[in-house]
Design a protein around this ligand. Structure first.
Ligand code: NAD
Length: 477
């Protein structure tokens, strides 16, 4: 049913961002030309070319690693923690001051709704820098002995779904512990990392402490395979994570891998259903479902399945898909043509395997990459849409009868990153949470992030933790 109240367009102005026609690499505190090729980054909501970005080759990566090593040996590893903290606080404050600029640029380059980049990503990014700034002079209390030492130079590779947030998760703890970094953003979303490079300059961060090399998989390979780095931190797909694990095997590089997921969001019959519906929607449609810990498998107790699905469909019908810069948009653009093709392919397979597909009526813009919020019912555990990560706004619904069946189905996955439990009973929350093999279990909520709380997975979701005190371990000897 069409809404009696139509929303007027409420676009955020993009005049606050200044996108240059081309960008070089950020090495040794300055922007330098790459030696060779470049690539285009586009706005996935319009397919407009935003900028031409340098593609770092092995020689460029080598220059960045050497700059990081010099900064590590001469400045950063020798600087007292309280001095490093000042830089991190300064960066955090500049992020807050330039928050609108960062949010608009993130939405333009990534396709995510401005209300998410503005209200979730950027504030959490600043919070991460504030949090780890607080640790920089207290590392002897991190649980790593009386005088924990940094590792050296960290090579960090991040994905496109939370470009700035993943950067913060990587850079803030590394710097707090006294390491220097070379970070490679994803090829479809390099712009906020390059803006962050400018923030490092603005904060007078010593040259070489942070280096940003742009490029695709080849650049990432050159970085993780470089003999001059001491630590690899990777967030991305399980497939690439496995390749990286093979590359560094036999070296003494320390590694953390944050990989994919296929989280179960379990709703018991005593759950507050309206609240659960909001949590299901946040769980799978937040950030177009491009979330490693997305609640992409809804496990609902059979006795309430019909009622819950009725409510969920009504709620999904109110989701607004469209212009990421519109403040009323709930679901923005899919990040790339490749990702859209993958979501379409897996959804078609779901239908072909016999699951029931449903989406609310929704008009999407003519240009750009779009996919409507989608629900599959009648899904069995053997279906590919119940097993593989779709990384899009697609929810697979399965049912269960008893708590033990719910746990068994939830754990029936090669992943183990996150899970959700919805029930009124505290004792059931504790029991089920302790039986779920997932790094994070949310109870009566979903997709909540806090810099003080560790995040990471089991099995094919990777190893190591980011965030909280645990996040320091990855960057200390
Ligand atoms: P991806 O693995 O294709 O790419 C991630 C990054 O790795 C990119 O910067 C890419 O250029 C680089 N890369 C590609 N090949 C490489 C290679 N051989 N060596 C080194 N680097 C290489 O993943 P994606 O499509 O960008 O991101 C989606 C995936 O990331 C999903 O599977 C998602 O679950 C996962 N993810 C996990 C977390 C987490 O914290 N666990 C967070 C966000 C995303």
């Amino acid at each position: 049913m069409p809404s009696p109240f139509e929303y007027a367009p409420a676009p955020e102005s993009r005049s606050i961002v200044d996108i240059k026609p081309s960008y070089g690499l950020f090495i040794g505190g300055a922007f330098v030309d790459g030696r060779g090729k470049s690539f285009k980054t586009i706005n996935p909501a319009t397919e407009e070319v935003l900028a031409e970005v340098a593609e770092a080759d092995e020689v460029d990566v080598d220059a960045a690693v050497k700059a990081a090593r010099r900064a590590y040996d001469k400045v950063w590893s020798r600087m007292p923690g309280r001095e490093r903290a000042k830089y991190l606080y300064r960066i955090a404050r500049i992020i807050q001051e330039r928050g609108r600029e960062l949010a608009v640029l993130e939405s333009i380059d990534n396709g995510k709704p401005i209300k998410e980049s503005r209200d979730v990503d950027v504030p959490t990014v600043a919070a991460h820098f504030f949090y780890y700034a607080g640790w920089a002079d207290k590392l002897e209390y991190a649980g790593r002995g009386p005088n924990p030492r940094p590792l050296g130079v960290a090579g960090q590779v991040i994905p496109w779904n939370f470009p700035l947030l993943m950067l913060a998760w990587k850079i803030a703890p590394a710097l707090a512990c006294g390491n220097t970094v070379v970070l490679k953003p994803a090829e479809t979303t390099p712009l906020t990392a390059l803006l962050f490079a400018g923030i490092c300059q603005q904060a007078d961060l010593p040259p070489g402490v942070v280096n940003i090399v742009t490029g695709a998989g080849g650049t990432g390979q050159a970085l993780v395979g470089h003999p001059g780095i001491d630590k690899v931190a990777f967030t991305g797909s399980t497939e690439v994570g496995k390749a990286i694990a093979r590359t560094v095997a036999g070296t003494d590089k320390k590694v953390t891998l944050e990989l994919g997921g296929k989280a179960a969001n379990i709703v018991f019959d005593d759950a507050p259903l309206d609240q659960a519906v909001e949590g299901i929607v946040t769980g799978i449609f937040f950030n177009q479902g491009h979330v490693c810990c997305a609640g992409s498998r809804l496990l609902v107790q059979e006795s309430i399945a019909e009622e819950l699905l009725g409510k969920l469909k009504r709620r999904m019908s109110t989701l607004r898909v469209g212009d990421p810069l519109d403040k009323n948009t709930d679901i923005g653009a899919i990040n790339s043509a490749e990702q859209l093709a993958r979501i379409r392919e897996l959804s078609d397979i779901g239908e072909a395997e016999g699951a029931g597909r449903w989406s609310p009526e929704c008009e999407v813009p003519q240009h750009g990459f779009w996919f409507p919020p989608t629900l599959f019912t009648g899904v069995s555990q053997a279906h590919r849409i119940a097993r593989e990560e779709i990384f899009g706004p697609v929810l697979s619904v399965l049912t269960f009868r008893t708590p033990s069946e719910a746990v068994e189905k939830a754990n029936n996955t090669p992943y183990g990153l996150s899970a959700g439990v919805w029930t009124e009973k505290g004792s059931r929350i504790l029991k089920v949470a302790s039986e779920l093999r997932a790094g994070v279990v949310w109870a009566n909520t979903f997709n909540k992030f806090d810099p003080t709380s560790p995040f990471g997975g089991y099995q094919e979701s990777g190893y190591g933790r980011e965030g909280g005190r645990h996040g320091l371990e990855a960057y200390l000897k």
